[in-house]
Design a protein around this ligand. Structure first.
Ligand code: AMP
Ligand code: GLY
Length: 432
């Protein structure tokens, strides 16, 4: 099938969305591309000022700019039903991602848990509490350590692990009584603690089958050695070193195909897995790509991303896929990609350093690039506008060289930037 070039609108302003924008921009199938609202890494002509949760405004932009393909980067618009909204208002528009019902796999941990239990997807044993009394009863009868999850979307902060019962009760008081997560904490899911190593799997789905994108690992804690509080992610590398083809085959059969069959799932199914030798269990589902994993997954794709996006929306025949034992994958480049996140000092607490002037060079070293996250342009100067500021991404055939390129470039930035106000981890990719 001959595909005519498309106009694309990417929704979001983080590193993931900038990485998607950069990858999609390279496609010969793209006539024009915009990002709303975008960040300091985008030219003014590419950006559209927009609240991505205000679907009526998105509709206006889609109509005015004659957009063919809408790509939502984060879970919020998907969970709020952007796909369903446009299905009704503009049935011909391609919206990449799942519908509202399927997005509940991420937006409600209890919905996801009940589904997994019903169809026999391997995951942790669980209990649900609807109020503090029920929570205390569960805690008293639950083995330690225990995992406490606010049911709804909580900006990555809704999960905590407890080794002591008093502390678990305090956490439930914060959720039920102090409402630290608002309505997202109306119910709590308790899970048994799963041992093993975590890995992220990205399945591109078209309602019938899945094609796996390159694997990746991320670093959740703020400090080296996995210390300090959880963050959105401080770095990543691809391919991930934990998932083998054998694991993906099991995941395809026991997890991903079951989701596709139940929900006619389209878009990205991000499966957070706990791997314990050959045993795999689902830790979480997400309905979008990972941030900061995307910043490495996109450069590792050998081919154009757009045919996969169109295929996922049902508008194209199957893009390039390599058959492995029991699953299909998208061709990946031979080599290795590493991403180190530069964050503002103080992140992930909310009182991190703000409005930091930044100087990035025009000319970049070979195979190194910057993916912007919390940056904005102010009077011709790039300044920070978020906790995670920029991603320094390097590629090479040799992991150690990719890593050296990234860290050498960061060192070179110290001449023109105030690193007493910036933070980054020194151990990204160290073990690979
Ligand atoms: P989630 O948002 O559900 O992925 O949880 C955030 C993080 O908490 C995960 O990436 C894991 O590191 C950890 N986690 C969640 N559930 C469990 C579990 N049942 N056992 C062990 N660790 C978990
Ligand atoms: N890197 C984890 C996430 O995107 O949820």
């Amino acid at each position: 099938m001959l595909i005519s070039p498309v106009r694309v609108l990417v929704l979001g302003n983080g590193g993931r969305e900038h990485a998607l924008f950069l990858k999609i921009s390279q496609s010969p199938l793209v006539k024009e591309i915009f990002i709303a609202p975008g960040n300091g890494g985008n030219r003014e002509s590419e950006k559209i000022q927009l609240d991505v949760m205000d679907f009526a405004s998105v509709l206006q932009v889609v109509q005015n700019r004659q957009i063919d393909l809408l790509v939502a980067g984060s879970e919020a618009p998907l969970a709020a039903g952007i796909k369903d909204y446009f299905k009704e208002k503009m049935p011909l528009l391609m919206v990449f991602g799942p519908d509202k019902n399927s997005a509940q796999l991420e937006a409600s941990k209890i919905f996801s848990q009940k589904f997994m239990e019903r169809v026999g997807i391997p995951t942790a044993k669980s209990r649900v509490a609807q109020n503090l009394n029920e929570a205390i009863y569960i805690i008293e009868n639950h083995p330690l350590p225990m995992v406490i999850k606010a049911d709804g979307l909580a900006a990555g902060k809704g999960v905590s692990i407890h080794y002591e019962k008093g502390e678990a009760i305090e956490r439930c008081e914060e959720i039920f009584t102090d409402k630290i997560f608002g309505n997202a904490g109306n119910n709590i899911l308790f899970q048994e603690f799963l041992n093993g190593q975590e890995a992220s799997l990205f399945a591109m789905c078209n309602g019938k089958e899945a094609i796996y994108l390159p694997t990746a690992c991320d670093y959740k804690r703020v400090y080296d050695g996995g210390k300090g509080p959880n963050t959105g992610g401080m770095g990543s590398f691809s391919p991930g070193n934990i998932l083998t083809s054998k694991h993906i085959k099991i995941a395809q059969e026991k997890i991903v195909q079951k989701v596709i069959d139940e929900f006619h799932y389209t878009g990205i199914l991000y499966v957070g897995l706990m791997i314990d030798r050959d045993d795999i269990s689902v830790v979480e589902f997400n309905c979008r790509l990972g941030d900061p994993e995307t910043q490495c997954v996109m450069p590792m794709m050998e081919t154009d991303l757009v045919p996969y996006l169109l295929w996922s929306c049902g508008k194209n025949e199957a893009p390039l896929k390599i058959k492995e034992d029991g699953f299909f994958k998208a061709p990946a480049k031979p080599g290795y990609c590493l991403n180190v996140v530069l964050s503002a000092k103080g992140y992930p607490s909310s009182d991190y350093v703000r409005n930091l002037p930044l100087q990035f060079p025009e000319k970049m070293p070979e195979n190194v690039h910057i993916v912007h996250a919390g940056t904005k342009m102010e009077n011709g100067q790039i300044v920070s506008s978020g906790g995670r500021i920029a991603n320094i991404v390097g590629f090479d055939k040799e992991p150690s060289i990719a890593r050296k390129k990234v860290y050498d470039f960061i060192d070179s930035l110290k001449k023109t930037n105030d690193f007493s106000k910036l933070h980054y981890r020194l151990d990204i990719g160290e073990q690979v």
